[in-house]
Design a binder for this molecule. Structure first.
Ligand SMILES: Cc1ncc(COP(=O)(O)O)c(C=O)c1O
Length: 400
């Protein structure tokens, strides 16, 4: 469906997702791992709209979560709690209680003190918590520093040198059922060799435990997508690496878990925005649009590249543009030196692509702006899957 045509149906800016693309990406992952003992857990932090989690649920995959709120959105999409696992370096008591009360499949524990807190809460609920220890394997991923998570200096996971202490605590707490290890070295990783390094570190640590009670190894997510259209590792490239590295473990009944987020949702999403003004100033062509960094923060936060195109066909020659939004921050710029036709004008629609992951999910209401409406297209149909949340809605929510 022509996404720009939707700009006649819905006020801009808005997010639109392509259901078939999400299904295609999930199927691509599932196909690549056919024949292996691998379970997929969609990292819903990438896009937690229940319509999206619903597509993942229908494909039979589970969820990777970081909060009770995410668990509610996964459940709203019909995902099964037993197929869910929860990470999080600072889970609140409420997160842990909600997860245990709703029989989550697995909690990934990220620190020594968290073990005692989870054990105490499980005891008070009369439950046994099924846990993995998230290890910090001290592997530095080549990605933006803000999304690398496996360095010694990062807040995530338990260092290998602290595993003995973790095991001592587990041994003394019958409320904890330790079933495996997990790790996640970062996001937007596009090199198979780099994934291999991270996996090898974790596999080695897993084998060193020599513990037959451990029945799962969670290798995390992090699979990159091709924002610029260049060649990246795809599931068919890294699935054989995982097979080769873990075949002996899989043969012994160890299940491999993966937590893909971006790979599932990024490509399916577009942020549709309208040009408000073309401002020629100081030698720059500022294309001022109605979406801002509060709607899509990735360019400001990670200097991320998103493809941006004019929705209509133009035969005008291209000019370098700065595409900027209305938020009162100089960092509210989606792209600099981006070529767009020089007849671009007020009212034109722009499509900001690959915005389905970490787009709406990271958005805010800064400058008392709306959180945007989200639309799902399927074939030739479209449906509003979440209405915009306006500043007025927010005021109502706080003042009653
Ligand atoms: C523990 C964990 N698992 C999975 C993911 C998903 O990563 P990606 O969207 O890159 O696949 C993240 C992302 O930050 C994460 O922190």
């Amino acid at each position: 469906m022509d996404k720009a045509a939707l700009a006649h149906e819905y006020p801009t800016p808005f997010y639109v997702y392509d259901a078939d693309m999400i299904r295609t990406r999930v199927a691509e992952l599932a196909d690549a791992f056919k024949g292996q003992t691998v379970s997929l857990h969609y990292a819903i932090k990438a896009n937690d709209n229940p319509a999206v989690t619903g597509i993942a649920a229908n494909a039979g995959i589970g969820a990777c979560l970081v909060s009770a709120g995410e668990m509610k959105r996964a459940m709203a999409g019909g995902m099964k709690p037993e197929l869910m696992l929860m990470n999080g370096a600072a889970k609140s008591d409420a997160d842990i209680i909600f997860a245990l009360e709703n029989n989550i499949g697995q909690l990934n524990i990220e620190s020594i003190p968290e073990l005692t807190v989870v054990a105490d809460i499980a005891k008070s609920l009369g439950k046994v918590a099924t846990i993995c220890l998230r290890v910090n394997p001290e592997v530095t991923a080549t990605t933006h520093s803000n999304i690398a998570t496996g360095r010694r200096s990062d807040k995530f996971g338990i260092l290998v040198e602290d595993l003995d202490e973790a095991k001592r605590i587990i041994a003394s707490r019958p409320e904890l059922k330790w079933v495996g290890l997990s790790a996640h070295i970062g996001s937007q990783i596009h090199d198979v060799e780099e994934l291999r390094l991270g996996y090898q570190a974790l596999v080695d640590i897993f084998k060193a435990q020599d513990n037959p009670g451990l029945d799962r190894l969670d290798l995390g997510g992090g699979f990159g997508v091709s924002y610029k259209g260049d060649a990246y590792a795809r599931p068919k490239d890294f699935a054989p690496v995982i097979a080769e590295m873990t075949k002996d473990l899989q043969a012994k009944g160890v299940r491999i878990q993966l937590e893909p987020g971006r790979y599932v949702a990024a490509e399916a999403g577009t942020l549709v925005t309208k040009v408000l003004f073309v401002k020629k100033s100081g030698g720059y062509n500022f294309v001022m649009v109605d979406a801002g960094m509060n709607d899509l923060i990735r360019p400001a936060l990670y200097q991320a590249y998103h493809p941006i195109k004019l929705a209509r066909v133009s035969s005008a020659k291209d000019m370098p543009c700065v595409i900027a939004g209305p938020v009162c921050e100089s960092s509210d710029v989606f792209a600099r030196d981006r070529m767009l036709p020089d007849d671009i004008q007020r009212g034109d629609v722009l499509e900001i692509g690959y915005a389905g992951a970490y787009g709406f999910a990271m958005s805010s209401q800064y400058n008392a702006r709306n959180r945007l409406a989200e639309v799902m297209v399927q074939g030739n149909t479209h449906k509003l899957i979440r209405k915009a949340f306006s500043a007025e809605d927010f005021d109502k929510a706080t003042l009653v």
